[in-house]
Design a protein around this ligand. Structure first.
Ligand code: UD1
Length: 342
C-alpha cells in the first residue's frame, strides 16, 4: 500500500488501536477512528494527536452493529483499508458472557465486512490472538499448528478467522491479513499512551504496575506447578510498539497476495510470571510482593510464538526487549495513576 492512504481503525481508542494510530499517523497515513468507548476513552485519542502532531482525520463514536452509523463513516471518507481491533478481550469475562463475546466479536466483524462490501472496500487487517492455539502440545507455535480454543474469547477470534477465510474464498476482491498477537504489553515511550484497564486489571502487566504503585497489595501468581522451568506460566510478551509497527508493515503488504493470510506476532522468547516479576522490579526499583496461588481456570502452561513466517515474508521482527516493556509500562503507570483525564 504505497503512499499516503486513509486507514479506518476500529477500536482506535483502545490499547493496541491507539498505539497503531500513532504509528500510522507518524508514517503519513490518514486515520479515521471508530470506537464505541465501551472499554476505552476519548482521552487516548487526544494523546494520539499530541504524540503524532496531528489528529485523526475523523473520530466516530459508533458501534459496529450500527449499520447506518458505520455506513456514514465510509460515505464521509474514502477508506483504502481497515484495521479491525474493536472487540471484547477479557478471557475470564468471556466465560461468564459467551453470547456477548460472540455478538461483539463475531457479529461485529460480520457487520463490518458487510459495510465494507457495500462500499467497495476489500482490504482488511484483522486483530487475532495466540489464544486460538489453546493448550499447545509444544512451543514455539507456528501458524500451521492446529487451533484449539479453550474459552469463548479465543473461540470468537477463531470463528472470525474462519468467516474471513471463507469470505475470501468466494469474494476474490478481498485481501485479509490476520495477525495473531501473543501477549502485547508496554506503552508508548513518551508515557502519554498505555493500557488503561477498567477496574482491577485481569492481565498480569497492568496488575504488576498497580502493585508497584501501591494501589494493589500483591500479585497473585496463578499456579506454581506448571510443567515449566520455575512452575509458573510462560508467555511471549511483546511490546505494543512492535505490534503497532507490525500493523503498519502489514498494510504495506496487503496486496502481496489475494485472499487471507495468517501471521504470528511475537518475539519467540518465553518469559515466566516470576521472570516477569523480576524484570518489573528492576524497572520500577521497588520490590513487588507476590504469592503463588492456585491455577486460573482456562490458563495454559506455555504460549510462545515461532515468529519466522512474518520475518521471512516482511522482514518484521519485534525489536524491543522485556526491560523496555516493563520500563515503558511503569512510566505510563507513574505518569497516569488514574489513566486518562476523562
Ligand atoms: C490472554 C489471552 C490472550 C489475550 C490476553 C488479553 C489466552 C491463552 N490468552 O492472555 O490471547 O490477548 O489475555 O486479554 O487466552 N497471571 C498471574 N496473575 C495475574 C494475572 C495473570 O499470575 O494476576 C499469569 C497468568 O496465569 C499467565 C500470565 O500471567 O500465566 C499472563 O496472563 P495474562 O496477562 O492474563 O494474559 P493471558 O491469559 O496469557
Amino acid at each position: 500500500m504505497p503512499g499516503r492512504t486513509t486507514v479506518l481503525v476500529t477500536g482506535g481508542a483502545g490499547f493496541i488501536g491507539s498505539h497503531t494510530c500513532v504509528e500510522l499517523l507518524g508514517h503519513g497515513h490518514d486515520v479515521v477512528v471508530v470506537d464505541d468507548y465501551s472499554n476505552s476513552s476519548p482521552g487516548a485519542l487526544e494523546r494520539v494527536a499530541k504524540i503524532a502532531g496531528r489528529p485523526p482525520a475523523g473520530v466516530y463514536e459508533v458501534s459496529l452493529h450500527d449499520r447506518d452509523g458505520l455506513s456514514r463513516v465510509f460515505e464521509e471518507h474514502t477508506v483504502d483499508a481497515v484495521v479491525h481491533f474493536a472487540a471484547k478481550k477479557a478471557v475470564g469475562e468471556s466465560v461468564e458472557l459467551p453470547v456477548a463475546y460472540y455478538d461483539t466479536n463475531v457479529g461485529g466483524t460480520v457487520a463490518l465486512l458487510r459495510v465494507m462490501q457495500e462500499h467497495g472496500v476489500g482490504r482488511l487487517v484483522f486483530s487475532s490472538s495466540c489464544s486460538i492455539y489453546g493448550d499447545a502440545a509444544k512451543v514455539p507455535l507456528t501458524e500451521a499448528d492446529p487451533a484449539d480454543p479453550t474459552n469463548p474469547y479465543a473461540t470468537s477470534k477463531w470463528l472470525c478467522e474462519q468467516v474471513l477465510a471463507d469470505t475470501c474464498r468466494y469474494l476474490p476482491g478481498l485481501s485479509v491479513l490476520s495477525l495473531r498477537y501473543f501477549n502485547p504489553v508496554g506503552a508508548h515511550p513518551s508515557g502519554l499512551l498505555g493500557e488503561v484497564p477498567r477496574g482491577t486489571p485481569g492481565n498480569v502487566m497492568p496488575y504488576l504496575a498497580q502493585v508497584a504503585a501501591g494501589r494493589l497489595e500483591r500479585l497473585r501468581v496463578f499456579g506454581g506447578d506448571y510443567p515449566t522451568a520455575d512452575g509458573t506460566g510462560v508467555r511471549d510478551y511483546v511490546h505494543v510498539m512492535d505490534i503497532a509497527e507490525g500493523h503498519r508493515v502489514a498494510l504495506e503488504h496487503l496486496d502481496d497476495e489475494p485472499g487471507m493470510r495468517v501471521f504470528n506476532l511475537g518475539t519467540g522468547s518465553g518469559t515466566s510470571v516470576l521472570e516477569l516479576v523480576a524484570a518489573f522490579q528492576r524497572a520500577c526499583g521497588t520490590p513487588i510482593p507476590y504469592e503463588i496461588t492456585g491455577r486460573r481456570p482456562g490458563d495454559v502452561p506455555a504460549l510462545v510464538a515461532d515468529p519466522g513466517r512474518v520475518a521471512r515474508a516482511w522482514g518484521w521482527s519485534a525489536r524491543r526487549d522485556l526491560a523496555a516493556m516493563c520500563e515503558d509500562a511503569w512510566r505510563f503507570q507513574e505518569l497516569n495513576p488514574c489513566g486518562y483525564p476523562d
